[in-house]
Design a protein around this ligand. Structure first.
Ligand code: PPS
Ligand code: MG
Ligand code: MG
Ligand code: MG
Length: 341
């Protein structure tokens, strides 16, 4: 009896000391990671944090779809949809960015403000090997504008075209896109058993991760454009670059991923419908891999805080290795002028 009491006590002491050592180990590891994050300069810290935030927003988007009640409402017109996933993802992204970077200016697609629930936990932030170009080493929060599209490809989300959906967090300073995060919550959803979702990140002039750059075929010229918002000007612009194939898909994030993975040569959208939160992150990722994104006349898109939200002069982008000027020179003057008017 006495022996049993002792062995019981000993077992509990051993168990307790094991738990304490586990806790101490994890607390030390956590502190070490936090210190590494805190010591990083702003841009890599913002990119690392935004990767965790975008991953979390992606989980919210999948949760809402799996529960089945999308809470769809229309915004400015019948084709302009918003779901509970757009709203919840925006609240999570803005709330988390504000918590970690209180002085940066954040511009999101939806009206929702950041909330304190669903804030990304600091322990989920991984220290990524992000290169900060020397000119941004001393960047301050006050100099940064972050453009957020919490769910790019809402119409496609509601229609079950899930690989068109992305979460976009674009980082800008001095009017230029300098960092981007594109999270694709349903990447691999048609390959059961493979890990679901992926996150691509970049710093312009630095490095990128989460994707393998592939060249598009050299014996064709594949163009990607909108699937839901065509017009005669949109179609004239596409036809003018003599495509061998046209991929009509949703989302600016998704279209730029097609350019990076060698599935399309150019993204041609001669329409004033796309916004800065659609293009900032994709542009930063595309430029980091050697591609180009500008307006339909080749003029750089400005990303300052007071820039108009709408990309009223359209979008033209090419994959790495495709000559932007050659494609631009094929866009007819009437297309460029229609968008300037
Ligand atoms: N007013 C207007 N005119 C022309 N085109 C427009 C307009 N509003 C939105 N769009 C295009 O519709 C697509 C979806 O819009 P958004 O990216 O803003 O929405 S969302 O992020 O998917 O919620 C997107 O195009 P694609 O994703 O390329 O199909 C937008 O560029
Ligand atoms: Mg929208
Ligand atoms: Mg969008
Ligand atoms: Mg959106």
């Amino acid at each position: 009896m006495l022996f049993n009491d002792y062995s019981y006590l000993l077992r509990n002491i051993l168990m307790l000391s094991y738990l304490i050592s586990c806790y101490t180990f994890h607390a030390k590891l956590y502190k070490k990671l936090r210190n590494r994050i805190v010591k990083m300069s702003l841009l890599p810290r913002l990119v690392s944090t935004s990767v965790a935030i975008a991953d979390h927003a992606g989980k919210l988007i999948r949760d809402i779809m799996s529960k089945g009640d999308l809470g769809i409402v229309t915004k400015e017109h019948a084709k302009d949809l918003q779901t509970k996933a757009d709203r919840n993802a925006q609240k999570c992204i803005i709330g988390s960015l504000q918590k970690h970077f209180p002085k940066i200016k954040i511009i999101g697609e939806e009206e929702e403000e950041g909330t304190s629930d669903n804030i990304v936990d600091p322990s989920s932030i991984k220290v990524l090997d992000i290169k900060c170009p020397p000119e941004y080493e001393n960047l301050k929060e006050e100099e940064v504008v972050v453009w957020v599209d919490p769910l790019d490809g809402t119409a496609e989300y509601t229609e079950g075209l899930l690989d068109h959906v992305t979460v976009l967090i674009g980082i800008a300073t001095g009017g230029k896109a300098i960092g981007g995060i594109i999270h694709q919550p349903y990447y691999n959803y048609q390959n059961p058993g493979s890990p679901l979702g992926r996150t691509i990140w970049s710093t312009v002039g630095g490095n990128f991760g989460g994707i393998t750059l592939q060249s598009p075929p050299s014996d064709s010229f594949i163009v990607t454009t909108t699937r839901s918002h065509s017009s005669s000007t949109v179609n004239d612009a596409v036809a003018s670059v003599n495509p061998t194939q046209v991929l009509r898909v949703g989302g600016a994030g998704h279209k730029v991923l097609l350019l990076i993975e060698g599935k399309a040569h150019a993204y041609v959208f001669a329409s004033p419908g796309c916004k800065k939160w659609d293009t900032c992150a994709p542009q930063a990722v595309l430029e980091a891999v050697g591609g180009t994104l500008a307006d339909i006349s080749g003029v750089p898109i400005p990303y300052d805080a007071d820039a108009p939200h709408r990309n009223s002069t359209g979008v033209l982008a090419v994959a790495s290795g495709v000559n932007f000027t050659e494609v631009l020179n094929k866009i007819p003057e009437h297309v460029k002028n229609n968008l300037k008017a």
